[in-house]
Ligand binder design. Structure first.
Ligand SMILES: [Zn+2]
Ligand SMILES: [Zn+2]
Length: 283
């Protein structure tokens, strides 16, 4: 959920300091969205839950910026012969996806070369923006972010998740394609790195701001919205403020949209009533 770089330390304990990584399960499939530093902990949890037998995983990458791929060399299952990992993403900017991923494990950067990994890893660049992972319907949509970057929409009978970790949504109403893509999502996870003042200084950097993200979520009739790609300089108290501000914007529109900031280790169940509003710490 953290953007740009991992931020361990006492001021990020509540929301978490690891970069982008989300696990989605449905119909026996285990799908991982992004391979940020959070992937290391997910790898540990998976190996604990599935101590033996084949382990089949699919990793969907939004793009190949550091904070979205850095966890891969530290993902325990890739060191297990019984693991089959299918990595799917759009073409890497300039370099292909495979080169971008294996390059970070070259000897200049990492001690174990990708080619020496015992697991079975397939790397696929998709050309068709609509595909399936088992029973999960997947659609990709180009993000407004430097390089090549996409967001994903995962649809199951239990509900729909839209995931845009890095994007600078265009001003309200001017991106009907994005609006349609996230329309009525049960869960929207969207880049909301900046507040309005910070955003003015970072226009064109490819990241969103809370006010515009909330406007977009409201316009698209989303059910639950999670602020994502938290700025590395924002501590827990700042993120509380972001959530308070976002909830005030929603209240003004008399909408039932629920808003929270994505937190490490949080589990969301689709197909059940939206979670109760989490109480924030006193300001
Ligand atoms: Zn990022
Ligand atoms: Zn990025």
């Amino acid at each position: 959920m953290r953007g740009s770089i991992a931020t361990p330390g006492p001021t990020t304990v509540r929301y978490g300091g690891n970069t982008s990584c989300i696990e989605v399960r449905h119909g026996g499939e285990i799908v991982i969205l992004d391979a940020g530093t959070g992937l290391r902990l997910l790898g540990q949890a998976l190996l604990e839950e599935f101590p033996e037998g084949p382990l089949n995983l699919t990793l969907l990458l939004s793009h190949t910026h550091w904070d979205h791929i850095q966890g891969l060399p530290f993902f325990g299952p890739i060191y297990e012969k019984r693991c089959h990992l299918r990595i799917v993403g759009c073409e890497g900017a300039r370099k292909g996806l495979e080169e971008a991923l294996t390059g970070q494990m070259e000897t200049t950067y990492f001690p174990v070369p990708f080619a020496k990994l015992p697991s079975n890893i397939e790397i696929e660049e998709f050309t068709n923006y609509n595909f399936h992972i088992g029973p999960i319907e997947v659609q990709a949509h180009r993000a407004n972010h430097p390089g090549v970057c996409v967001g994903y929409r995962l649809t199951t009978p239990d509900g729909r998740i839209a995931f845009f970790p890095d994007t600078e949504p265009r001003p309200e109403g001017s991106d009907p394609a994005l609006l349609e893509f996230i329309q009525s999502a049960d869960v929207l996870i969207l880049d909301s790195q900046y507040n309005q003042a910070e955003y003015e200084k970072h226009r064109g950097w490819g990241h969103g701001c809370v006010d515009e993200s909330v406007a977009l979520a409201l316009q698209a009739h989303v059910r639950s919205f999670y602020l994502f790609h938290h700025d590395p300089n924002h501590d827990d108290a700042t993120l509380d403020q972001f959530v308070r501000h976002a909830r005030a914007l929603v209240k003004r529109q008399k909408s039932t949209l629920t808003v929270d900031a994505a937190r490490e280790g949080e589990t969301i169940k689709l197909g059940v009533p939206a979670p109760a509003k989490r109480r924030l710490q006193k300001a």
